[in-house]
Ligand binder design. Structure first.
Ligand code: NAD
Length: 248
């Protein structure tokens, strides 16, 4: 029997990068996949096709994770289409890096709204359905810089630290209802988000990593699979750092 056979997962920001890798890993493990991203584009359609290749149901929905009204409507539609959701992965995120001295209010607000408010939006919207089922696993994508901080990323680090506080609080609220809430804090993972960095910066990052390489999206997806499945049924309120030993 596959690890997620018969389960239904909802993943945000899954048209590319880490979210897409999680969608594929979960589909391979037997789950039906609903996912959202900002636009129905060729990336979203390609992910739908790849999911179908695993013999499970996959459907992408257009939604802005930072907009509560849109999220509530999308989640209601997904719960109707899929008949409930067992696993929520709050993965959508952006960066707008600059030193505090140069950071505008818009750069602050955008990162907090997309990275942190989105986690509130989706968790709140799915909560009732998971409470009715009396089970669920919620996985929130934080970052090592939410633990350690990083110069030039005060908005991003604050959003990712906020996710950790939210994760631990909601884990305490929902534990008695058999709903687990955990966070993953990836280190330096090679995706389009980090692809914009110069070769020099990438080299500097790699030097700080005991395992001497950037992570692959699949390294994060494997951890998400563990947290989504019953293999982690006694784990809640935790932050697992997937960072090659960078943050110890
Ligand atoms: P990515 O930029 O490749 O993918 C992010 C996805 O989220 C994109 O498909 C994008 O369209 C979507 N998205 C952005 N804003 C959205 C919104 N408002 N509503 C819906 N979807 C939206 O990034 P990634 O590297 O795959 O990162 C995924 C998550 O992992 C993010 O939360 C990121 O902060 C976190 N993370 C990444 C790294 C890394 O090194 N790549 C490290 C730590 C944490």
């Amino acid at each position: 029997m596959k690890l997620l056979e018969g389960k239904k997962a909802l993943i945000t920001g899954a048209s590319r990068g880490i979210g897409k890798s999680i969608a594929m890993k979960f589909a391979e493990a037997g789950a039906d996949i609903a996912f959202i991203d900002l636009k129905r584009d060729e990336n979203m359609e390609a992910v739908e096709k790849e999911i179908a290749g695993y013999g499970v149901h996959g459907r992408g929905y257009e939604s802005d994770a930072s907009n509560m009204e849109q999220v509530q409507q999308t989640v209601d539609q997904i719960v109707k289409d899929f008949g409930g959701i067992d696993v929520l992965v709050n993965n959508a995120g952006i960066t707008k890096d600059t030193l505090l001295m140069r950071m505008t209010e818009d750069q602050w607000d955008a990162v907090i709204n997309v990275n942190l408010k989105s986690v509130f939006n989706f968790t709140k919207a799915i909560q009732r359905s998971m409470l009715k089922q009396k089970s669920g696993s919620i996985i929130n994508m934080s970052s090592v810089v939410g633990v350690s901080g990083n110069a030039g990323q005060s908005n991003y680090s604050a959003s990712k630290a906020g996710i950790i506080g939210f994760t631990k609080s909601v884990a305490r609220e929902l534990g008695s209802r058999n709903i687990r809430v955990n966070a993953i804090a990836p280190g330096f993972i090679i995706t389009e988000m980090t692809g914009q960095l110069s070769e020099d910066v990438k080299k500097q990052w790699a030097e700080q990593i005991p395992l001497k390489r950037g992570g692959k999206p699949e390294d994060v997806a494997n951890t998400a699979l563990f947290l989504a499945s019953d293999l982690s049924s006694y784990i809640t309120g935790q932050v697992i750092q997937v960072c090659g030993g960078m943050n110890t």
